[in-house]
Design a protein around this ligand. Structure first.
Ligand code: UDP
Length: 355
């Protein structure tokens, strides 16, 4: 079995870590890094920390608009597929790399396996939502993390085969969260103690590309009631600089700005936080797994089970709602929502049926 894996951004490197080594034990994997994320802090550090094999092909097509980026990826993937002739193309999540990998594969007559299929926020203004929907309708094998995702796909009558495998990020979190929780020395540079601070992240286009929304985001962060470690995504830093809002955050005594962190440092900060304030998809899930309450700065989420379980509150960019959510005590119950940590193996088993 020869699988061509297309990855390109931070969460995809983390997801691939649950699958890649298992896949390589069973067959051949050719990894293509599109270059969607190219900074060391968003790319190489994950390959090092998660012991991912170095990519076989670097497309180097990051930057630019979504359309231009996807088009460059498609153009670069076409000859690569013709040259490598894989049995299947494996894509993860909902990025431009996901969509480009799936579309290039279908056009080359190669079946597509989509990990994290079926996730929906039902918000078509999110570029990620469009990528998810299109990729799912192009896929032969739809590997879903939850029953909700399977139901979403049933409603859309997708053509491919749907398999509930659980969430591959759970595999990685289960493996690394216990050790990361013990790395309390990671907290020292930020002057915070376990359980005595918040961890914030923000990078969604809908929050940082629109200046009005960005100003609301800054207001919310300035209103937070506890020391807050805020690792800045490069996109967010750039938008804050352009809009002149960075200084306000830098000047706030409770905010501790940081560069984007590696997985282990970030996970140490996540596991020891009193709560997380984020617009990330992956971080909502990881907070739940770490038993850390989450406040999500979005009007909707794909990870609806975390909200239903009472551990995640959607506040959009309403600072008062965020403060109220942070006052809440999470429920005693925290059921297993996204599988048992063996999703990576199930992905590989399902892939083997395509060869
Ligand atoms: N993450 C990280 N360092 C950071 C911020 C996040 O390692 O400074 C990890 C986090 O643990 C999660 C993933 O990056 O696994 C989430 O990625 P991101 O928020 O960029 O993307 P999304 O999940 O929203 O697509």
């Amino acid at each position: 079995m020869r699988v061509l894996t297309v990855i390109g951004n931070r969460p995809q490197f983390i997801k691939a870590a649950a699958v890649s080594s298992r896949l390589r034990r069973l067959g051949e994997e050719i990894t293509v890094h599109t270059g969607q994320h190219y900074d060391r802090e968003l790319s190489q550090v994950f390959f090092d920390e998660l012991e991912l094999p170095p990519p076989d092909h670097m497309l180097g097509v990051g930057g630019g608009t979504n359309t231009a980026q996807t088009a460059r990826m498609l153009a670069a993937l076409e000859p690569l597929l013709a040259e490598t002739r894989p049995d299947a193309v494996l894509v993860y999540g909902d990025t431009n790399s996901t969509l480009a990998g799936a579309l290039a594969a279908v056009q080359a007559g190669v079946p597509v396996a989509h990990v994290e299929a079926g996730m929906r926020s039902f918000d078509r203004a999110m570029p990620e939502e469009v990528n998810r929907v299109v990729t799912d309708h192009l896929s032969t094998l739809l590997l879903v993390p939850s029953q909700t995702a399977a139901e979403n796909l049933a409603r859309e009558s997708v053509a491919g085969r749907v398999e509930l495998v659980g969430d591959v990020m759970v595999d990685v979190a289960q493996l690394l969260q216990p050790g990361a929780r013990a790395r309390v020395e990671t907290l020292a540079p930020y002057g915070v103690e376990p359980g005595g601070y918040l961890l914030a992240t923000a990078h969604r286009a809908g929050n940082v590309d629109d200046p009005v929304r960005l100003a609301q985001l800054v207001e919310l962060l300035l209103a937070l009631p506890a020391p807050t470690v805020f690792p800045l995504h490069p996109r967010t830093r750039s938008r804050l600089e352009t809009s002149g809002l960075l200084a306000a955050l830098e000047g706030a005594a409770h905010l501790r700005l940081a560069p984007p962190l590696g997985y282990l440092d970030f996970t140490a900060l996540l596991c020891n936080a009193q709560a997380v304030v984020t617009d990330s998809g992956g971080v909502q899930k990881e907070a739940y797994l770490a038993a850390v309450p989450c406040v999500t700065m979005r009007p909707s989420t794909e990870w609806v089970e975390t909200v239903d379980a009472g551990w995640n509150v959607l506040v959009d960019l309403d600072a008062d709602a965020a403060l109220a959510a942070l006052e809440r005590t999470p429920p005693a119950e925290r059921p297993q929502l996204y599988g048992d940590g063996q999703a990576g193996q199930r992905v590989v088993d399902a892939l083997a049926t395509l060869a």
